[in-house]
Design a protein around this ligand. Structure first.
Ligand code: ZN
Length: 260
């Protein structure tokens, strides 16, 4: 059994000045694959750079809604080229963010739709970022053809979860399921089909218990898996195995073998 961190930002150079060490520590804790997610031009390039340097690192490339102001349709060409890279496994994180107002709703929607169309054209799975905009995002997707979708850091209620399930979506589970106050979230996650759940840290953000207050790192994925095992009433081995199988299913370009 090994774990896959399906969403982390080791391309954040301020938070991670020493990626070598972070990758090694993760490996020691059986976190054997790390998917590094881009949010703009620079971080996409950095994600690919890290994927080339580290055997266990893969990249996801896209334009985050908070950076929609810098989006230009000409970048579709770059994203398409990036996706030809053997270690680029999805388009993301893309979506809507109504919490911050770095870009207008119109700018966000344009940036999002452009990339969604591209992802469909090149047959790439899509990873969503969505903050305080779940209804808008779901409504938008409900009028589009079905495509492989992963809701990173899913934080909706049971009805949102049902709508997402009707779209065939996967759900990213991270640090917040370990937070004491989040009984409702745990209930929702528990109610989802087990074959739709993948693990992620969103490092350096969303540090799980018992390390809150520190910078999050991929090795902390073990705490998230431990909480998932509790919810599923199974061993960590079992929840790890299932979530890893799900990740391999969702990201077809991810190789299942580990090590040399
Ligand atoms: Zn992220």
């Amino acid at each position: 059994m090994y774990l896959i961190d399906t969403h982390c930002h080791l391309n954040d150079v301020e938070a991670f000045p020493n990626v070598d060490e972070v990758v090694r520590d993760a490996d020691d804790m059986d976190v054997k694959k790390l998917l590094v997610v881009g949010i703009d031009r620079e971080t996409n390039a950095k994600a690919i750079d890290l994927a080339e340097k580290h055997e266990t690192v893969y990249a996801i490339v896209g334009w985050h809604p908070n950076y929609a102001k810098t989006w230009d349709s000409k970048y579709l060409k770059n994203l398409e080229e990036y996706y030809n890279h053997p270690k680029v496994v999805a388009i993301g994180e893309i979506g809507l963010d109504y919490y911050w107002d770095y870009a207008t709703k119109e700018e966000q929607e344009k940036c999002f739709r452009d990339q969604l169309v591209l992802a469909r054209d090149i047959d790439a799975p899509v990873v969503f970022h969505c903050r305080e905009a779940l209804d808008a995002l779901l409504s938008l997707l409900e009028s589009e053809p079905i495509h492989p979708y992963l809701f990173h850091c899913f934080s909706g209620d049971a009805s949102d979860a049902n709508r997402a399930l009707n779209l065939g979506a996967y759900f990213g589970v991270d640090g917040p399921i370990t937070y004491k106050k989040n009984d409702d979230l745990r209930e929702v996650i528990k109610s989802l089909p087990k074959d739709r759940i993948v693990l992620e840290t969103d490092a350096p953000w969303l540090t799980p218990v018992p390390h809150r207050g520190k910078t999050n790192v991929p090795e902390y994925l073990v705490y998230i898996n431990r909480e998932l095992a509790k919810l599923w009433d199974c061993t960590e081995e079992e929840s790890g195995r299932i979530s890893t199988e799900n990740a391999l299913q969702f990201f077809p370009k991810l190789e299942s073998s580990v090590g040399r």
